[in-house]
Design a protein around this ligand. Structure first.
Ligand code: ADP
Ligand code: ADP
Ligand code: MG
Length: 478
């Protein structure tokens, strides 16, 4: 592989190109109208325009992307995450164009792309699963029967769902029929597939996932777990590795379960198997993401491996050069997703120009960044600006490093998740490890926000008064 096209944008495109450069592989960027001056375009060895800002007309334009790749003698395509990364139709097209997709086969994507298909595939491996309907709901009477049996509340989930979208909690039998219909409509418009199913709603789960690597020679290994329970809208904001609560025995058992999930679909490449873990450390298979994950750097920190490098080597047909026994956990890593969102306002996107933007650096601090000072945050895409990652000798050390790094991060012009990250690092539940997927709704309450921002708002009020009085004086005494 001499030249790789990165079919993505933002921080992940830059992060992939960095590894390509280290490996001596040329990188090709694609960009939309909105990204003409983007960092990933500047970073690449060459860049090609793919269309107007909306992703449907640019980053999702499969045929044009493949055409650009062919015309420019590209021999590999890295899809990153989001966009085309889990699209089996695209994978098939790339496969038949003679270019290697850096990722699993179209077939594996197809199996794991459907949450129901995934459950079906892993059934023979005896992997614990959340109780629910085994197939898509075709009639509401049967669904009600099953819901009554597993007990309310239940979740109605879209089989094709992703990114935290397409999920509805139903607390009572009387709401079930309506909620199923709403979920079907939502899934049809969001994912183009209306298939929905029921899952028991686990009351206070932790989201724990396992990174796996599988080569083309039958070697499949687990690279330990990541804890991702700090979520808003079912989407992660803070992730860490390893988990603060798993025992070595459960770490091994959940790791081996993840390897079996990968085997069930003949997986190749880097992938993530997600689980919910209850208070008694029982784990239940949730889904598999057939791509590089946003939070992969925490795994890189604790294992010392570069996952993009591993992906490329696997795609080239090379066997893994280490065995399960060779892998050890070194220290502790935490990632904060730096989103252009206002945590004060329900994490709504905060889209504006970056008046000031300085990223922190230092020993054990890594920023995977996709934007520069003076740039406009585009409204068309995911509002994640960067990933702030720290690696410490242990969990406390990592927490302290994260607090320091957040303090050194300087963003003006937009609201971001930095202050929220500081709140998490200082919270007793996070510090003790005693938290679940309800951490945000439970703790990020009005009073907490007020307490945190009181100091800043008092300061702002003083400044406003000072300016006001100065202006007034000007009026009185010209
Ligand atoms: P991860 O699963 O890697 O932890 P996310 O769930 O946040 O991360 O998804 C990563 C990116 O992919 C985000 O930009 C998200 O918006 C996007 N994404 C994931 N799945 C889908 C989907 N089915 N449809 C649209 N966007 C998706
Ligand atoms: P997505 O494809 O959108 O990532 P997941 O099935 O991975 O969907 O679920 C995303 C998040 O939603 C989980 O991390 C968890 O917080 C919550 N969730 C999913 N299923 C359940 C469940 N059965 N009970 C409780 N929470 C759930
Ligand atoms: Mg998920």
């Amino acid at each position: 592989m001499k030249k790789v096209l990165v079919a993505n944008r933002g921080e992940i495109a830059v992060r992939i190109m960095k590894t390509l450069r280290i490996m001596g592989i040329k990188s090709v960027a694609i960009y939309s109208e909105a990204d003409k001056n983007a960092l990933h375009v500047k970073y690449a060895d060459e860049a090609h325009y793919v269309g107007p800002a909306p992703s449907a007309q640019s980053y999702l334009n499969q045929d044009l992307i493949i055409e650009i790749a062919k015309k420019n003698n590209v021999d590999g395509i890295h899809p990153g995450y989001g966009f085309l990364s889990e699209n089996p139709v695209f994978a098939k097209k790339v496969e038949s164009s003679g270019i290697k997709l850096i990722g699993p086969s179209a077939k594996s994507m197809e199996i794991m792309g459907s949450k129901l298909g995934a459950k079906d595939a892993v059934r023979k491996f005896n992997i614990p699963m959340v109780p629910g309907t085994p197939d898509a709901i075709s009639d509401t009477a049967t669904a009600l029967e099953i819901a009554e049996k597993i007990g309310f509340p239940v979740l109605v989930k879209a089989s094709a769902g992703g990114g935290g979208k397409g999920m509805r909690t139903v607390y009572d039998a009387s709401e079930l029929k309506d909620q199923i219909q709403l979920a079907i409509n939502e899934a049809t418009s969001a994912f183009g597939v209306g298939s929905v199913f029921l899952e028991k709603y686990i009351a206070s789960p932790k989201h724990i996932e396992v990174q796996i690597l599988a080569d083309q020679h039958g070697n499949t290994l687990y690279l330990f777990e990541r804890e991702c329970s700090v979520q808003r809208r079912h989407q992660k904001v803070v992730e860490e590795a390893p988990s603060a609560v798993l025992t070595p025995e459960i770490r091994k058992s959940i790791g081996e379960a993840a390897v079996n999930v990968a085997r069930s679909c003949n997986y190749e490449g880097a992938g993530t198997v997600e689980f919910l873990v209850d208070n008694n450390l029982n784990y239940y298979f949730l889904e598999m993401n057939t791509r590089l994950q946003v939070e992969h750097p925490v795994t890189e920190c604790i294992t010392g491996l570069d996952l993009v490098e591993q992906q490329v080597k696997i795609a080239r047909g090379e066997p893994l050069t280490f065995r399960q026994e060779d892998l050890k956990i070194n220290g502790h890593a935490i990632e904060l997703r730096v989103y252009a969102e206002d945590p004060e306002d329900n994490f709504m996107p905060s889209i504006n120009q970056l008046a000031r933007y300085k990223i922190p650096s230092g020993n054990g601090i890594r920023v995977d960044n996709g934007i520069e000072e003076g740039m406009q945050v585009p409204i068309h895409y995911d509002p994640m600006l960067a990933k702030l990652v720290v690696h410490g000798t242990d969990r406390n050390d990592a927490i302290e490093k994260m607090k320091y790094a957040i303090g050194q991060y300087d963003i003006e012009g937009i609201a971001s998740t930095l202050n929220f990250g500081a709140f998490v690092m200082n919270h007793p539940d996070f510090i003790s490890g005693n938290f679940d997927t309800h951490f945000v709704p439970k703790n990020w309450t009005h009073t907490e926000k007020e307490r945190l921002f009181k100091h800043e708002s008092t300061l702002a009020a003083h400044i406003a008064r000072y300016i006001f009085e100065k202006e007034e004086k000007k009026l009185i005494v010209p």
